[in-house]
Every structure is written in structure tokens, then in C-alpha cells.
Design a protein around this ligand. Structure first.
Ligand code: UDP
Length: 240
């Protein structure tokens, strides 16, 4: 049923944290299964789903660079790390009966297609989940920026920023300040000017300039992902 869908094509950003769960390891399979079930529900609702994966659970370029590895090299390693998360997600989605394609911004032709925009759109139209790996393919960038960029390129109607610890955008970090207040709605400009922790400024500017709505929400709560596409109130909605 596509009757009550507010968004037909979405881009879901999963940070590396989403793959680790509360476990100590890099990747927690039951946690990823929780994600694949929710994505499967979206597909059965008739939504076209693309995903950008991060890699903070494995490697963060800026952190590693501080410890002495060349920044650009560290960033390329970070981009490669996203491929690991993408492969794990792809495999578990397929085991859940969801058809997928992975496209990488960095050539890893044995395991993923290269990013080809028109081909990605074609996959989406055929009901396949398209997983974008490799970030933007450029150092000094983040997978949040990749998410904004890909969302705009494939004409997604909304960027879904999945979070694991918070359920939206607050005026202060709610994990440190219990009195922090959550915003139900914001404009891109407010989020930028108030320097709210939505995503990095490069990513947010791209969304602002291209009027791409963003929903920041808690992906660990069952049913929340579905709520984002039906227009039900969930998390924080950022529009222009
Ligand atoms: N990265 C990069 N260019 C990109 C995307 C990612 O260089 O376009 C590197 C960067 O080193 C980053 C790492 O890959 O720290 C992992 O991505 P990110 O930190 O965005 O992952 P997340 O925070 O979403 O888990």
C-alpha cells in the first residue's frame, strides 16, 4: 500500500555506531538484523530505499590522523571501512529476502558496483535497496555529506538521519544535560545558525541549498522508521 506515504523515495543515513549496538565489538549482528527488518518493512510499504553507511565503529580518519597517520591516507581507510559495514548490511538484507545493490564511491569492483547515478535510480525503481559505500570518495568529507549529496543526486524526498542514542535534535546534548529541550521542527537555517548537532555544516548547507527535508530520529525504537515515511510525528523534522 502506497496510499498514505508522504515520502516515496528516501535516503537513510546509518552511522557506524548503528552497526555496533551496545556490544563491544565493531559489528553486532543482532543489531544489524533489527535494522534490516525495519528496512524490509519500508520496502513492503512501497518505499524506494537507499542507504549511506558510515564507519565510525571501525575507523575515523580525523582521530587516526591525530595518532600519527597521514590524514588523507586515514580518510581513504575510513572510506574503505564503510565498505565493510555495507557488505554486512547487504548480506543480512538479502538473507531477509530484500534485494539489494551496493555502489561504492571508491572502486572495489569485486564486491560492489561503482556509483552510477542513473543505475542507482533504476535499481530503486525495481524495488532494490541501494547501499552507497565509500562516502563521497573524497578525503576531508564525512558520510553525512555523502548522504546529503546522494540524496540530492537520486532525488530522494527526504534524508532520514538514524540515531541510536537520541530521538531528535535538542538545544544541548540530552545525554549530558537532562534539561535539554527537543525541537519537533526546525528550519535548515536555524539548525545551521544555532550550530545544533544535526550533521556537519557541509552536509547541512547542501540540504539547505537544495531544500532537502531531514528527519533526525531514533532508529532503535521499533516502528520509527515506518513513521518517518507516513508523515507521523517522529524525531525532529528540518525543512526550509
Ligand atoms: N570519509 C571520508 N570521506 C567521505 C566519507 C568518509 O574521508 O566522503 C572517512 C573519514 O575518515 C571518516 C570515515 O571515513 O572519519 C568514516 O566516516 P564517518 O566518520 O562519516 O562515519 P560515521 O560518523 O557516520 O560513523
Amino acid at each position: 500500500t502506497t496510499g498514505k506515504l508522504k515520502f516515496k523515495r528516501v535516503l537513510l543515513k546509518l552511522s557506524g555506531e548503528a552497526f555496533a549496538g551496545d556490544a563491544r565489538g565493531l559489528i553486532d549482528i543482532p543489531t544489524i538484523r533489527g535494522i534490516t527488518h525495519q528496512i524490509k518493512n519500508l520496502i513492503s510499504m512501497g518505499v524506494q530505499v537507499s542507504v549511506v553507511v558510515g564507519a565510525g565503529n571501525i575507523w575515523r580518519g580525523a582521530t587516526v590522523a591525530k595518532d600519527g597517520i597521514d590524514r588523507v591516507t586515514a580518510d581513504y581507510a575510513g572510506m574503505l571501512a564503510t565498505v565493510i559495514n555495507a557488505l554486512a548490511l547487504q548480506d543480512l538484507l538479502e538473507k531477509d529476502g530484500v534485494s539489494t545493490r551496493t555502489q561504492s564511491a571508491i572502486t572495489v569492483q569485486q564486491v560492489a558496483e561503482p556509483f552510477i547515478r542513473r543505475r542507482a535510480i533504476r535499481h530503486l525503481e525495481k524495488g532494490r535497496v541501494v547501499i552507497f559505500a565509500g562516502g563521497t570518495g573524497n578525503p576531508y568529507m564525512t558520510t553525512d555529506t555523502a548522504a546529503a549529496l546522494r540524496a540530492i543526486e537520486i532525488e530522494a524526498q527526504v534524508l532520514l538521519m538514524a540515531k541510536n542514542r537520541v530521538d531528535g535534535v535538542y538545544n544541548a546534548d540530552p545525554l549530558k544535560h537532562p534539561e535539554a529541550v527537543k525541537f519537533d521542527r526546525l528550519t535548515h537555517l536555524e539548525a545551521l545558525n544555532k550550530r545544533l548537532k544535526v550533521m556537519d555544516a557541509t552536509a547541512l548547507s547542501l540540504c539547505l541549498e537544495n531544500k532537502l527535508p531531514i528527519i533526525v530520529f531514533d532508529m532503535t525504537a521499533p516502528g520509527n522508521l515506518e513513521r518517518t515515511v507516513t508523515g507521523d510525528a517522529v524525531g525532529t523534522l528540518i525543512t526550509s
